[in-house]
Design a protein around this ligand. Structure first.
Ligand code: ATP
Length: 267
């Protein structure tokens, strides 16, 4: 049984449908990445898993149990932590207070152990517990946001665009950290526009376009498989069947997978 399973989930805002009939699974100990350009529906999917949005149709199963009607706090208690896009730390509060808020659904007994766990992962937090979080750099705030998510001892960590607006060196550090978290047994769903880096650490990926899964599979297949590229996008045959159609399809794959690099990297 998968740890998390979405079956035919549809979500919208008012009358505006966004996700349509999404099927997705997370197996224990995986990093799964959600890819797609701006507005493809990645954040909407993440929010519907953490409970900030309610699906209009479909079901979400955690360990085989339906959770789609549960409140966000109850989903957190059951092991789903959400690190939102844009970090959303409490800028006027100290590091310690931000971390405490992340643990609000856990018992006092767990608190000290969790604090030790996140301080071992992010030694800088230990040194700066009393500092005001808003004075941190973007990368440090992202680390604090991840640490806050980890305070609830999650089974599943939902990470929404952790690389957004962060210096490249720190992005690599955050991606390394995500791999470490998987080694600690945490299952990770990573929504990212930075597809190349996300696929380099993920086990599997789903590519979204306009609220639908356009293709999915093992990360190395998404990056390399000629068969998948040919079947879904015609890209693999672009070298043999020259012409506008195959070039357009190859371009489309690049746009979906590597939106940030299309302007400079046409290879
Ligand atoms: P981004 O990286 O920009 O967040 P995304 O893939 O996460 O992109 P979503 O934020 O899930 O995309 O947005 C999917 C669609 O839902 C977009 O068309 C967006 O305009 C719309 N949308 C998102 N939030 C709302 C909202 N609060 N009200 C109405 N429409 C929304």
């Amino acid at each position: 049984m998968p740890l998390l399973e979405l079956k035919s989930v549809s979500v919208g805002y008012g009358r505006n449908p966004v996700l349509q009939n999404v099927d997705l699974t997370l197996e224990r100990g995986e990093i799964v990445t959600l890819l797609g350009a701006n507005g493809a529906g990645k954040s909407t999917l993440v929010k519907s898993i953490s409970g900030l949005l309610r699906p209009e149709a479909g079901s979400i199963l955690l360990d085989g149990e339906s959770i789609e009607t549960l409140a966000p706090a109850e989903r957190l208690r059951r092991g789903i932590a959400h690190v939102p896009e844009g970090r959303q730390i409490f800028a006027g509060m100290t590091v310690a207070e931000n971390l405490e808020l992340g643990a609000y659904a856990s018992s006092e007994a767990d608190h000290a152990e969790r604090l030790e766990f996140v301080c071992t992962l992010f030694p800088i937090l230990r040194e700066r517990m009393r500092d005001i979080a808003g004075n941190f750099s973007g990368g440090q705030q992202q680390m604090l946001a991840i640490a806050r998510g980890l305070m609830s001892k999650p089974k599943i960590l939902l990470l929404d665009e952790p690389s957004l607006g962060i210096a490249p060196l720190l992005v690599s550090e955050i991606f390394r950290l995500i791999v470490d978290l998987r080694a600690q047994g945490i299952t990770i769903l990573l929504a990212e526009q930075n597809a190349r880096q996300a696929l380099s650490i993920a086990d599997r990926g789903y590519v979204f376009e306009n609220g639908k899964i356009m293709l999915s599979g093992a990360s190395r297949d998404l990056l390399n498989s000629r068969e998948i590229a040919e079947r879904y996008l015609g890209m693999g045959s672009a070298t043999e069947v020259s012409g506008a159609a195959s070039a357009a399809l190859a371009g489309k794959l690049r746009t979906v997978l590597f939106p940030a690099s299309t302007a400079t990297d046409q290879g």
